[in-house]
Write a protein that binds this ligand. Structure first.
Ligand code: 3PG
Length: 212
């Protein structure tokens, strides 16, 4: 498996962040680092995403920062130029996946069905995002589809929180879980980075408890 994805596996939980104002990038990254989850998926949903990735990767080189909600190859280029180490998408866009694979950029496309998972595997991927996880049957759905796809690992995202993440992490076919519960928009907006750090620390403790 790709080294970046292996590192994500060790961290266990990937905070999915929406940054509206670039001034929040640094304190947010600092809170995640201090809380014990040295990674982030910065979603390409806001004007601030690209610059935020740049700020985080320059100021926190030890942090594994990736880009989420990547829908086009042009966004892949912008994200990688800004310092993104991995690419995540809500769905499987063959053009985007092929582009990342050709360029050697780790990519986890969103999948929800066996056909989409097979499509991802046909590009040589061994990790897929499972999205939106809870709406699509959650862990029991992953366990059902994981049986035939022996080499495939999953990054469930969507509806995961401090209450249900433990069960996901216990299953050995889960690479890591994505979620926004420790980096909610209202906390970022309020500048409550202490709370973000606290929730991050709780999340990191769950990873340690389950995976050692
Ligand atoms: C997203 O794309 O916003 C992620 O899936 C996060 O989902 P969550 O807010 O349910 O954790």
């Amino acid at each position: 498996m790709n080294q970046v994805l292996e590192e994500l596996s060790k961290i266990g939980i990937v905070p999915v962040v929406v940054i509206n104002d670039v001034k929040d990038a640094k304190p947010l990254a600092e809170a995640l680092m201090k809380g014990g989850l040295p990674c982030a998926e910065v979603t390409f949903r806001t004007e601030a995403a690209e610059e935020s990735i740049k700020i985080i990767s320059e100021n926190f080189p030890e942090m594994l920062v990736g880009a989420g909600t990547v829908l086009t190859t042009e966004q892949v280029d912008r994200a990688v130029a800004a310092g993104a180490k991995f690419i995540v998408s809500p769905g499987l866009n063959p053009t985007v996946v092929e582009y990342c694979v050709k360029k050697g950029i780790p990519v986890a496309p969103g999948t929800a069905t066996p056909s989409e998972m097979e499509q991802a595997m046909s590009f040589g991927l061994d990790v897929v995002k499972f999205f939106p996880a809870e709406n699509n049957g959650g862990l029991s759905m992953i366990k059902a589809v994981a049986a035939p796809y022996v080499g495939l690992k999953f990054m469930p995202t969507g509806g995961i929180n401090a209450q249900n993440v433990r069960e996901y992490l216990k299953y050995d076919r889960i690479l890591c879980c994505g979620g926004s519960w420790m980096v909610k928009g209202d906390l970022i907006k309020a500048g409550d980075f202490a709370k973000i750090e606290e929730l991050t620390r709780e999340a990191a403790a769950i990873v340690k408890e389950v995976r050692g």
